[in-house]
Design a protein around this ligand. Structure first.
Ligand SMILES: Nc1nc2c(ncn2[C@@H]2O[C@H](COP(=O)(O)OP(=O)(O)O)[C@@H](O)[C@H]2O)c(=O)[nH]1
Ligand SMILES: [Mg+2]
Ligand SMILES: [Zn+2]
Length: 299
């Protein structure tokens, strides 16, 4: 029995990385009817089909995590990638100006999928990013400052990627491609080719591709992690996606507290006391409004 990791789905075949290199495999007949579907990142067992002589995926190992795109109108979720250990949310400290609310949104997507996020503040040669660092570490996140120019933080980032399965995301211009190039020459090219290929597909399919790292581990390229979106996240689940809310919200007077206006709200009290950042809470309020499908209140 051969085991491997699914790197990509290509029509009815899968590219699978085994200890002896890359192979192509089809789904064993029984697997086709089975749920959950096989996705990128799945650890699988391969068998040779007697009838066809083809390698076939015979079994899928239990997943440690599953990044899922939520299908609107309550039609459930569609798996995108399995066994992702972490999501690297990259933002520049300057040039382009950081948009912390956008980072918050990406962090919520990671949290909603129960995947550990890591905040990467890039271009610290231009701006140390002290405020951003305080904002995100204060919320409980691990923050790494990096500079492709000075090399600061690159070793720390490499150590974080090693042996793990990571998704990298963040706004355009943050320096994601530059970071990948610095971490592993040729990697950016490989993920770039993949992105172009994915974009040519129909936009109804959110597929993903995994790229093995020379240092061990994988980088998962999902066409727009942000497009995984907040669809289907229940409004009441949102507060759990803000780690700094979790302890105070235990003490809210009402169990169904929205943490927006209720008397006896411990999250609002923590905000007043400066324990929860007012800016993070504002992101929560905006995202909650969005999830509740109400028009934004501009007052
Ligand atoms: N000063 C400085 N510039 C950087 C750094 N990282 C990337 N850049 C520049 O920022 C621009 C955008 O980088 P790019 O990697 O294309 O961003 P991406 O859109 O996130 O992939 C490029 O001109 C890079 O040279 C950095 O750490 N410091
Ligand atoms: Mg890029
Ligand atoms: Zn509350």
């Amino acid at each position: 029995m051969v085991t491997g990791t699914v790197l990509e789905r290509d029509g009815s075949t899968y590219r699978v990385l085994t200890a002896d290199g890359e192979v192509r495999a089809v789904l064993r007949g029984r697997m086709k009817r089975d749920n959950p579907r096989v996705v990128v990142g799945d650890r699988v067992e391969l068998d040779t089909e007697v009838e066809t002589g083809l390698l076939a995926i015979a079994a899928v190992a239990d997943r440690t995590s599953l990044l899922a795109r939520r299908v609107p109108e309550g039609r459930g979720t569609r798996p995108v990638a399995a066994n992702i250990d972490q999501v690297l949310v990259v933002t520049a400290t300057r040039d382009p100006d950081p948009v912390p609310q956008l980072v918050d949104r990406l962090l919520v997507v990671a949290e909603a999928n129960q995947i550990e996020p890591l905040v990467v503040l890039n271009k610290i040669d231009l701006d140390g990013g002290g405020d951003l660092r305080r904002r995100f570490s204060g919320a409980g996140y691990t923050v790494i400052g990096t500079s492709v120019k000075s090399g600061e933080g690159i070793e720390e980032l490499r150590a974080r990627l090693k042996g793990r399965e990571s998704v990298i995301t963040g706004p355009s211009g943050a320096g994601k491609s530059s970071l990948l190039n610095t971490l592993e020459p040729g990697l950016q090219l490989r993920t770039g080719e993949i992105s172009a290929k994915v974009r040519r597909g129909t936009h109804t399919t959110v597929s993903a591709v995994m790229v093995p790292l020379q240092i061990g581990g994988y980088l998962v390229d999902t066409p727009g992690f942000s497009e995984v979106g907040l669809w289907g996240l229940e409004p009441r689940e949102l507060a759990h996606c803000f780690p700094e809310f979790r302890a105070p919200m235990e003490n809210c007077r009402y169990p169904d507290c929205s943490h927006i206006h209720e008397p006896g709200c411990a999250v609002l009290a923590a905000k007043e006391a400066g324990l929860v950042s007012a800016d993070r809470w504002e992101s929560y309020r905006v995202l909650l409004t969005e999830l509740e499908g109400q028009p934004e209140d501009w007052e």
